[in-house]
Design a protein around this ligand. Sequence first.
Ligand SMILES: [Zn+2]
Ligand SMILES: [Zn+2]
Length: 390
Amino acid sequence: MLNRAIEMQPEIAAWRRELHMNPELQFDTHWTSAFVAEKLKAFGCDEVVTGIGRTGVVGIIKGRSDGGTVIGLRADMDALPMTEVTGLPHASKTPGRMHACGHDGHTAMLLGAARHLCETRNFHGRVAVIFQPAEEGGGGGHEMVLDGMMERFGIGSVYGLHNEPGSAVGSFAIRPGPIMASVDTFAITVTGVGGHAAMPHLTIDPIFIGAQIVSALQGIASRNTDPLESLVITVTQFHAGDAINVIAPTARLIGTTRTLKAPVRAMAEKRIRETAHGIATALGGSVEIDYALSKGYPVTVNHPRETQLALGIAREVAGERNVDADTPPIMGGEDFAFMLESRPGAFIFMGNGDTAYCHHPAYDFNDEAIPYGVSYWVTLAETLLKDKTA
Ligand SMILES: [Zn+2]
Ligand SMILES: [Zn+2]
């Protein structure tokens, strides 16, 4: 399969670059979704459904014999709200928007696999190619699941892939169990009593209270969490005050938590609430906590059986020594987690070579990696759907 994918590479790279030039954010992937749907129809997909989870697209490809198993292969389509500095000929045409996570590459590779599967149909059952919006916040994968995608198409298992800068092109990395972190976003509004900066005893200073909260939150990871577990609590914003000589009445803190296990995730929320309330009360103020400021992503947990299958495919495509079967988890989040909560499956990393890291303004998806991603998808589908009764 790799040779065929190498033949297809220039055309898929051209799609990738066209997608790269036209980045769209969150659920506003209207042009991208139309691009995908048009290609899937042209390839001869048996069914192309748009508007799933708002702007998601699903293409159904029937094998030589229909009926039986349906597997879902998923790519993400959205870009990030940042300005590209690569200066490449195919750089973003829109300032303030950029494909800085390689979702252009993910979409193009899955399109390439879909074309090959439509042409050859060398499998039994069905392949559902899933293109989701709003991975970078917004929870587009969740919306597609809530929209009934799994039931509607009878999808039995799901597989996802993400490029990984810093790992060699032609390499893969996976692990059973947690592979990416849960992501929650919280906002803490501290209310005190404002007043003259020179008369603090007549006020209740929310900046003083907020500062104690920021410090104390660090104790949740170091004092409440088993040292062998993973928890990150980062306060990313602290807004208060407008004048030099006025103590403001309120302060607002915003932060994010990352964990690799549901019980740690629940503990972090409980302790953040208790800590913020306790400190504010002790210092005479009060807090209001919004623990779901943006859509929280669960831990991305790879299922053991499907991980083993994916591992075998990666080894077949890339060679045994180019596949890491026990890669450490990454504390970033991934909304494929929702699909893995709904169906068994596995998420794998694919080497992007020595490029800038994801979300960096100099990042670019590596087109040299395209044949490996396409081969992975096609080989996975043909292997899992080899037998009529699978
Ligand atoms: Zn990203
Ligand atoms: Zn990404």
